[in-house]
Design a binder for this molecule. Structure first.
Ligand SMILES: Cc1ncc(COP(=O)(O)O)c(C=O)c1O
Ligand SMILES: N[C@@H](CCOP(=O)(O)O)C(=O)O
Length: 464
């Protein structure tokens, strides 16, 4: 299996090199040259298997023999042993045809743990095999950072630097990032928003001298291995609801477009998916884009679902590549437009292709709060604000004939203030995190300037 860049001018790589590269050298994102497919018969054969077994069957198609099967199985088993639920990602029924896929039973209470626990092990394995070290960077609006720090803390071959927007994450998210005592962990509060953090990460990748000097690697969903790990739960959820002999719909609270792109990949692989619905908060750039065909940045608004307060939705680039029939020149033009003017137009044929695969909707702050309150009163189920965004949009896009699964991307205790203000309940952190808010914090505050960030990383990274 070869991985190619959405911008077409970086070398094609095998799985291990794509894993370690993160972003392609031409600024593009890696995707498999060809989607691996499974027949309905092969998908049926996954019924009754554990999450770990299904993960192995799906992921080995992408790893393609570059990691020995027994090693890959071992890493999958270890990664999902960190989850507190035996099903890893349980499905909960909240209405006749409505389901919540709980992706928050990992160590940091967000869906990021699903991919990150495996990613850290995969990277460690490849680095050990090569006798190398790497410098990991990541940008976060709150959840990726905590998950990455938890997964990489104390690992011998990596130093990890996480950029988060100063004073724009929830107190629980911040403490998860700033309370690690591991010497290879560096939490950096950037005086800006998430898009500033993500731009800095991409600029570091595009600075060839710096990238090579510190042996840069990335853990955001620009890294293909993040996406592939998230494909697995679309399969397990569909299988438990009668797939592949029944079409299932999914609604996904969306920001950087990684999670829902994984659903698109599952569909390309042969999983019968009915509707794939993008749910956004007031930062509705994706919903507007589907409506108007114009991707246009309008400034980020702070919401009660801060992890989705994003304007530059990285993985939309992977979708554009697909919608333009893999025409990398069209992707380059769009991305240049975004950089120069903060917008680009999607050509009619490509927009039609996108609309064939996706629907989109927005939940305002009032609608998010009302959804938390009403879901609790009708079903007794407590939603976090990101999941509530999904549940609200799911209700507008559900079809009576197919089950609708909303991905629950975070535990309500990560956002206690928003949950309490919506419904009066102050959700408690699970026992293993009960002392989190008393743990000592350690982080640095930097200006949103490439030079400042590179100097900080350059002087703390050990992979030189
Ligand atoms: C809790 C939560 N929900 C939803 C999202 C959006 O996911 P994605 O960026 O993959 O679209 C994020 C962050 O990305 C998140 O942390
Ligand atoms: N919401 C994310 C933003 C980064 O997304 P990623 O999936 O590309 O890592 C976060 O919580 O940090």
């Amino acid at each position: 299996m070869e991985y190619i860049s959405t911008r077409g001018t970086a070398p094609a790589l095998g799985f291990r090199d794509a894993l370690m590269a993160g972003l392609a050298k031409d600024g593009g994102l890696y995707v498999p040259r060809k989607w691996p497919t499974l027949s309905k018969k092969q998908i049926r054969a996954l019924r009754g298997k554990s999450y770990q077994e299904v993960a192995f069957e799906i992921l080995s198609l992408f790893v393609d023999g570059e990691i020995a099967d027994d090693k890959l199985r071992g890493m999958i088993d270890e990664a999902y042993a960190t989850f507190r639920h035996p099903a890893v990602v349980p499905l909960v029924q909240v209405g006749p045809n409505d389901f919540i896929l709980e992706l928050f039973h990992g160590t940091t209470l967000a869906f990021k743990d699903v991919a990150m626990q495996l990613l850290a092990r995969l990277m460690d394995h490849v680095l050990a095999e090569r006798g190398e070290r790497a410098t990991i960077v990541g940008a976060t609006s709150g959840d990726t950072g905590g998950a990455a720090i938890d997964a990489f803390a104390g690992r011998e071959r990596t130093d990890i630097f996480i950029l988060f927007p100063h004073e724009k994450v929830s107190p629980v998210q911040q403490r998860q990032m700033t309370s690690s005592s591991a010497s290879n962990v560096h939490a950096i509060a950037v005086k800006g928003n998430f898009d500033d953090c993500q731009n800095l990460v991409k600029e570091m990748f595009n600075d060839a001298a710096f990238r090579d000097k510190v042996k840069l690697s990335g853990v955001n969903s620009i890294n293909w291995a993040r996406i592939m790990s998230q494909v697995v739960y679309y399969f397990t959820a569909a299988l438990s609801l009668g797939g592949p002999d029944r079409k299932i719909s999914f609604t996904v609270p969306t920001g950087n477009f990684g999670d829902i792109f994984a659903g698109y990949v599952a569909k390309k692989m042969g999983l019968p998916i009915d509707r794939l619905v993008i749910a956004t908060n007031d930062n509705d750039i994706l919903a507007r884009t589907l409506k108007t065909g114009r991707y246009e940045m309008k400034g980020v608004k702070a919401t009660t679902s801060p992890s989705m307060d994003i304007q530059i939705s990285s993985n939309f680039e992977r979708l554009l590549f697909e919608a333009y029939d893999r025409d990398d020149a069209a992707v380059r033009r769009s991305m240049d437009g975004l950089k120069q003017s903060g917008s680009f137009e999607i050509k009619e044929k490509a927009l039609k292709a996108i609309k064939r695969e996706f629907r989109a909707g927005r939940a305002t702050e009032r609608q998010v709060a009302a959804t938390i309150r009403e879901t609790l009163s009708v079903t007794g189920y407590l939603l976090d604000p990101h999941t509530a965004t999904g549940v609200f949009v799911a209700a507008k896009n559900a079809k009576p004939s197919s089950p609708m699964v909303t991905l629950s991307t975070a535990h309500p205790a990560k956002f206690p203030a928003a949950v309490k203000s919506a419904c009066g309940i102050d959700p408690a952190l699970p026992s293993w995190l009960s002392d989190l808010m008393q743990r000592e914090e350690r982080f640095d505050i930097l200006e949103p300037e490439l030079k400042a960030v590179e100097t900080f990383i350059g002087s703390n990274a050990r992979a030189k």
